[in-house]
Design a binder for this molecule. Structure first.
Ligand SMILES: Cc1cc2nc3c(=O)[nH]c(=O)nc-3n(C[C@H](O)[C@H](O)[C@H](O)COP(=O)(O)OP(=O)(O)OC[C@H]3O[C@@H](n4cnc5c(N)ncnc54)[C@H](O)[C@@H]3O)c2cc1C
Length: 240
């Protein structure tokens, strides 16, 4: 039975059209139909991504299945369903490694980020309006409980619920902690939550065409199996 009507019960603003913001918009559209009006605000002029691969783990596979997206993404995966036999090894160990056996948190199958973004884009529900070139700077609360969103182009908008999906330098998180009641969080720790700081750990990542790998090492294990190699540098453990 559907309880959906054409009049939205409340408005949700999602700040940031990355993987997190897009998945939330698709999820609300699928399960709430038009009961919830969604406004998705993206700082850039399009929905795009940088970076190469992203892992589709068994848990994420379940989520994609529930959203009805797995069939589409499966065409881009190396194997039809995430394997539970991936191996992890340190770079100073020439072969072998440790099996990553958990069927829940197993590393899963890599997919190019752009393919995932493109599929999510195609499934943005009709109840969602995407606003480009809208960089949220901060928000203010009204006594009624609703929120006013302020953008870098000096425009503003209002909403009932604001979700921060604006990445590691989130303006939503920053405003939240800048305005939080001092009784709820130790004031001496708030700065740490407002501005992210570097932990000192570096992670290098690259994509190598299969043809190039075949030229240098036709028997490379990675042609058949998925392996994560951990590099040790300056006393820190990197990955891959
Ligand atoms: C090299 C690398 C490899 C990774 N590999 C994996 C992996 O294999 N598997 C995995 O699960 N995760 C991986 N991650 C982590 C994953 O990329 C992030 O967790 C994920 O991208 C976070 O998504 P998000 O939507 O929260 O934020 P983001 O992808 O950062 O998206 C934020 C969006 O918000 C927009 N935005 C930012 N500020 C504002 C603002 N003020 N107003 C409006 N819009 C704004 C941005 O333009 C962007 O579109 C990796 C990360 C890196 C760096």
């Amino acid at each position: 039975m559907s309880f959906s009507s054409d009049t939205p019960k409340f408005r949700v603003a999602i700040c940031g059209a990355g993987i997190g913001g897009l998945v939330l918009a698709v999820t609300i559209g699928k399960f709430a139909n038009r009961d919830i009006q969604v406004d998705l605000y993206e700082a850039h002029d399009s929905i795009t991504t940088i970076g190469a691969g992203i892992m589709i783990s068994p848990r994420i596979t379940d989520v994609l299945e529930a959203l009805g997206l797995y069939e589409e993404i499966s065409h881009f995966l190396k194997k039809p369903r995430a394997s539970s036999h991936e191996q992890l090894r340190k770079s100073d160990i020439p072969e072998g490694g440790f099996e990553w056996f958990s069927p829940i948190v197993g590393l899963g199958n890599p997919v190019h980020r752009q393919h995932l973004i493109d599929i999510l884009k195609r499934h943005i529900p009709s109840s969602c309006t995407v606003h480009f070139n809208k960089r949220l700077t901060n928000y203010t609360k009204l006594s009624t409980g609703s929120l006013i969103l302020h953008f870098a182009d000096e425009s503003s908008d209002n909403t009932d619920v604001l979700i921060g999906a604006d990445g590691i330098r989130s303006s939503v998180r920053k405003t939240f902690f800048e305005t939080i009641d001092g009784d709820l969080v130790d004031p001496s720790k708030i700065g740490h939550y407002i501005d992210p700081s570097w932990t000192g750990t570096l992670m290098y990542r690259a994509v190598v065409p299969v043809e190039k790998l075949l030229e240098t090492d036709p028997n490379a294990t990675t042609l058949e199996d998925f392996i994560v190699v951990s590099l040790r540098e300056s006393g820190h453990d990197g990955q891959e």
